[in-house]
Design a protein around this ligand. Structure first.
Ligand code: ADP
Ligand code: MG
Length: 257
């Protein structure tokens, strides 16, 4: 893959009829069935669904960590084969290396890049500023709060200028106040960078606050039950009637009524 493709600024993602099974006790365990989802450039899509319905598995397939599935996943029209710099991912745990500083953790994603060092250094600085961690470049992960560590993880995922950002319950381990604050930060970062985002979350409120569309999955095997367009302008008012209506629709779909 050429460097130009690797830094495609915007991404169209097509997930076409994807099914996946794991083998457990020598028997196939169907985990995803006939998943179809098209994500437009710059779109923010959330995925909600019961634990075990295959949300993380789906993200793993999009990241390219697992090629053992049926169907196809296309990024800008090309089949995904293995991980690539044009896709960044953030997990619930920050997964920063404890022996590296914030800036070194973030710079790690740029290893092997053939751009000049001063460009890479600037990219690291810009992303630290983007997530609000200026002043903490030399801090080690254990010196950061949970929210700050997630900010660093977000910066690390963005430093390669990915076309698509995959978030697997990125705020799931944070207290509610930090979480609400980082939701606004995610919104700001998304609006600033215009990156395509797919976020898995347990929190319907969070999904409605941030997303253009919310994919509701159902379990055993994981399928898409519905895709709910949010259709509200930002910043969204959680106390509004419209917000409650969309949230109610998603919650109804989730509970299978
Ligand atoms: N490597 C694996 N081997 C076997 N089964 C797995 C593996 N990873 C996940 N599973 C199973 O696949 C299902 C979906 O898991 P996962 O994608 O993590 O769901 P979610 O993220 O929605 O909670 C679960 O039943 C889980 O136990
Ligand atoms: Mg998961």
């Amino acid at each position: 893959m050429s460097a130009v493709e690797a830094f495609a600024p915007r991404a169209t993602l097509n997930i076409r009829d994807v099914s996946k099974s794991y083998v457990v006790d020598e028997k196939p365990l169907p985990v995803l069935r006939n998943i179809a989802l098209d994500v437009q450039p710059g779109e923010f899509v959330s995925i909600v669904g019961a634990s075990g319905c295959g949300k993380s598995t789906l993200l793993r397939l999009v990241v390219g960590l697992d090629a053992d599935y049926e169907g196809e996943i296309l990024l800008n029209g090309r089949r995904i084969e293995g991980p690539g710099r044009e896709r960044g991912i953030v997990f619930q745990e920050h997964r920063l290396f404890p022996w590296l500083t914030v800036e070194d953790n973030i710079a790690l994603g740029l290893d092997g890049s053939d751009e000049p060092q001063h460009v890479l250094d600037k990219r690291v600085r810009d992303n630290i500023a983007l997530v609000g961690l200026a002043g903490f470049e030399k801090a080690y992960p254990h010196q950061l709060s949970g929210g700050m560590a997630q900010r660093a993880a977000i910066a690390r995922s963005l430093v390669t200028q990915p076309a698509i950002l995959l978030l697997d319950e990125p705020l799931g381990a944070l207290d509610s106040i930090t979480r609400a604050y980082l939701q606004k930060e995610l919104l700001r970062i998304w609006q600033q960078e215009r990156v395509t985002v797919i976020m898995v979350t347990h929190d319907v409120d969070e999904a409605v606050f941030l997303s253009d569309r919310v994919v509701v999955m159902e379990p055993r095997p994981g399928r898409i039950r519905s895709i709910v367009p949010v259709g509200l302008t930002h910043p969204r008012q959680r106390a509004s009637v419209e917000f409650a209506r969309v949230k109610g629709e998603i919650l109804r779909d989730l509970s299978g009524e």
